[in-house]
Design a protein around this ligand. Structure first.
Ligand SMILES: O=C(O)CCC(=O)C(=O)O
Length: 207
């Protein structure tokens, strides 16, 4: 598979979080504060957030977060039995997508938006390893709002790394990260403010 040219921009404040069996980098200052504030306000107000459910043994269990899926038409993404048909890019999301193309050299065709309403919302251990993401997906994860902890755990059951994801920051996972590590956003019940996370992805619906 064609390996995208990662990191077309100068390194700046980008820090390597892990560089073994996968590559994860973190840029705390990807967006300036004013841009991040405006984007957060827009997304909290304008996105038609959805409550999806995990269906297990005939029961419907609500995911502890709300979601929305945006992208090019045809960028259909299925996870946990949920078929996500994309909404058309908004102007703000398309600007971000284009900026990520310049920064990373990757043409993302979709974005999963997660709204963690408070610290009682979270996301358990998982890897973004669905077939339509390909073998070594590049996933660009932008954080807005409350700072939340992000953890990575080496498969099958190895060491764990953690960092705080701050307002306006960009985390990029690439290489073998999804096949060699799992990640999660644990619940933090002391957090009261909302957080929005956008993970830009390249979906091949034939995957
Ligand atoms: O909210 C985050 O930082 C992570 C989101 C995530 O893991 C995912 O969408 O697969």
């Amino acid at each position: 598979m064609h390996q995208p040219l990662l990191f077309a921009e100068p390194a700046g404040a980008r820090r390597v979080v892990l560089d073994e069996h996968g590559l994860v980098t973190y840029d705390r200052d990807f967006l300036d504060a004013a841009t991040a504030d405006e984007l957060l306000r827009e997304l909290l107000g304008a996105v038609p957030w959805k409550q999806e459910h995990l269906r297990l043994y005939g029961r419907a269990i609500p995911f502890p977060r709300l979601t929305a899926w945006y992208g090019d038409s045809g960028a259909v993404y299925t996870y946990s039995g949920i078929v996500n048909v994309p909404r058309a890019w908004t102007a703000g999301l398309a600007r971000l997508r284009d900026r990520l193309h310049v920064a990373l050299g990757v043409r993302f065709n979709s974005a999963l938006l997660n709204l963690y309403r408070t610290g009682s919302d979270g996301m358990g251990w998982h890897a973004d390893d669905e077939p339509e993401l390909g073998e070594r997906p590049v996933i660009a994860s932008l954080s807005l709002g409350a700072t939340r902890r992000f953890e990575l755990r080496r498969l099958p059951k190895g060491d764990t790394r953690g960092l705080a994801l701050e307002h306006g920051s960009l985390l990029v996972m690439s290489g073998e990260t999804q096949s060699c590590w799992k990640h999660q956003v644990p619940k933090e019940t002391t957090v009261r403010a909302p957080r929005v996370n956008l993970t830009f992805r390249v979906i091949d619906p034939r995957g």
